[in-house]
Ligand binder design. Structure first.
Ligand SMILES: [Zn+2]
Ligand SMILES: [Zn+2]
Length: 339
C-alpha cells in the first residue's frame, strides 16, 4: 500500500504533526482527490483547538481544497477520474433528511464538515462525498481556487442572495480575508461598493479591489457617512468585532439588511426602533453548498476576482497556520503539495 503525507492534530491545542499515512480508499458515494492546494482558514482553529463540538482525533484540518479526482467509489454519478474539483467547508449532504427534502442542503442533519467531521486537505489525498464537489474552471489554478471555496463562496453567495440590485449601495465592513473578496465581488456584481476599514492606509487597496468609496472607521462616523449616500441596501459585516458591527448598523437604508459573516464572541447591540422604522433586518449567512462554490469559482474565473494569497509548501503547515493566525497575512494563506 502506498503512503501519503498528512498534517494532523492529535488532541485539542496539540501541535501539527507531519505523518505518513496509507492513501485512503473511497467508500461508496465518495471520491478520492489528489490534493494540489488547500487554503488555511481561521476556522481551522476549531480543529486545532478542539472547539468544534464532538470533534474526534487524530484529525487532518483543511476545508479549502482543490485537486484532481483520482479514484471514484461505487455508486458515484456524474463525476469521473481526472476532473479538477474543489471541496469547501460544506462536506456534503444526505438528500433525505428533512432540511434536505426542503431544499435546505446547507442545513443537512448529516452535518459533514471538511477537516472537522472527516479528514481535510492538509494532505496529499482527501476522500470526500460526491455531494461536496465543485467543478473547477480550467483557467483557475488550484492555489487560486482554494480560498474561493470558503472565503470566496461565503462572500459571493451572501451578496448574490442579499436582495441588493445593481446600483444599490453595498458596504463591506472589514478588509481582511473575507472583506477583500467581498469588495471585489460587490464591485463586479454592479453594486455601488463602499469599503470600510480602520486607517487611511487601506484606501488605495480598497480602490484597487473595486470600491468606489472608502470610509476610514477611525476618522469618520461610518453610519453617518453611509446615510449621506442614501443608506446602504446591504452591509456585509466581515469583521469579528461586535462594537464595530453595532456602530455600522445605523448606516442601513430603508429595507436595508445587515448580513453577519464574522463571528464575534460579544453580542451585537441592535436598536429595535432602527429595525422597525425602516423595516431593516439583521441576518446571518452560511457560506453555501458545493454548487454555490462552483458558481463562485465560475464567476471568479469569468470576472477576474482572486484572493490575495501567501503560498507555503504542505510540510510548512505549522508555520503557515501561525502566519494566518497572526492576522498579518495578506490575505489568505495557501498550502501546496507540489503534486
Ligand atoms: Zn473557512
Ligand atoms: Zn440531509
Amino acid at each position: 500500500m502506498s503512503k501519503m503525507r498528512a498534517v494532523q492534530v492529535t488532541q485539542p491545542n496539540g501541535p501539527f504533526e507531519l505523518v505518513e499515512r496509507e492513501i485512503p480508499v473511497p467508500a461508496a458515494g465518495h471520491v478520492r482527490l489528489k490534493v494540489e492546494a488547500c487554503g488555511i482558514c481561521h476556522s481551522d482553529s476549531l480543529t486545532k483547538e478542539g472547539t468544534f463540538p464532538g470533534i474526534q482525533y487524530p484529525r487532518v484540518p483543511g476545508h479549502e481544497v482543490a485537486g484532481i479526482i483520482d479514484a471514484v467509489g461505487a455508486g458515484v454519478v456524474g463525476w469521473a477520474k481526472g476532473q479538477r474539483v474543489g471541496v469547501g467547508w460544506h462536506g456534503g449532504y444526505c438528500g433525505h433528511c428533512e432540511p434536505c427534502r426542503r431544499g435546505d442542503f446547507f442545513a443537512c442533519q448529516w452535518g459533514q464538515v471538511t477537516g472537522i467531521t472527516y479528514d481535510g486537505g492538509y494532505a496529499d489525498y482527501l476522500v470526500a462525498h460526491s455531494s461536496a464537489l465543485a467543478l473547477l474552471p480550467e483557467d483557475l489554478s488550484a492555489a487560486e481556487a482554494g480560498p474561493l471555496v470558503c472565503a470566496g463562496v461565503t462572500t459571493f453567495n451572501s451578496l448574490r442572495n442579499s436582495g441588493a440590485r445593481p446600483n444599490d449601495v453595498v458596504a463591506v465592513l472589514g478588509l481582511g480575508g473575507l472583506g477583500h473578496l467581498g469588495v471585489q465581488f460587490a464591485a463586479k456584481m454592479g453594486f455601488k461598493t463602499v469599503a470600510i476599514a480602520r486607517g487611511s492606509d487601506k484606501e488605495p487597496l480598497a480602490r484597487q479591489l473595486g470600491a468606489q468609496r472608502y470610509i476610514d472607521s477611525q476618522a469618520q462616523d461610518v453610519a453617518a457617512e453611509l446615510v449621506k449616500m442614501g443608506g446602504a441596501k446591504v452591509i456585509l459585516a466581515t469583521v469579528t468585532n461586535a462594537e464595530a458591527m453595532s456602530a455600522t448598523l445605523g448606516g442601513l437604508g430603508i429595507n436595508g439588511k445587515f448580513i453577519v459573516l464574522g463571528a464575534p464572541y460579544e453580542p451585537l447591540e441592535v436598536p429595535a426602533l432602527l429595525l422597525i422604522g425602516g423595516r431593516r433586518a439583521v441576518a446571518g449567512w452560511y457560506s453555501g453548498t458545493s454548487i454555490d462554490s462552483q458558481d463562485t469559482l465560475s464567476f471568479s474565473a469569468f470576472t477576474g476576482v482572486r484572493a490575495m494569497t501567501e503560498v507555503y509548501p504542505l510540510e510548512r503547515a505549522a508555520e503557515a497556520y501561525e502566519r494566518m493566525m497572526s492576522g498579518k497575512a495578506r490575505f489568505r494563506v495557501v498550502l501546496t503539495t507540489g503534486q
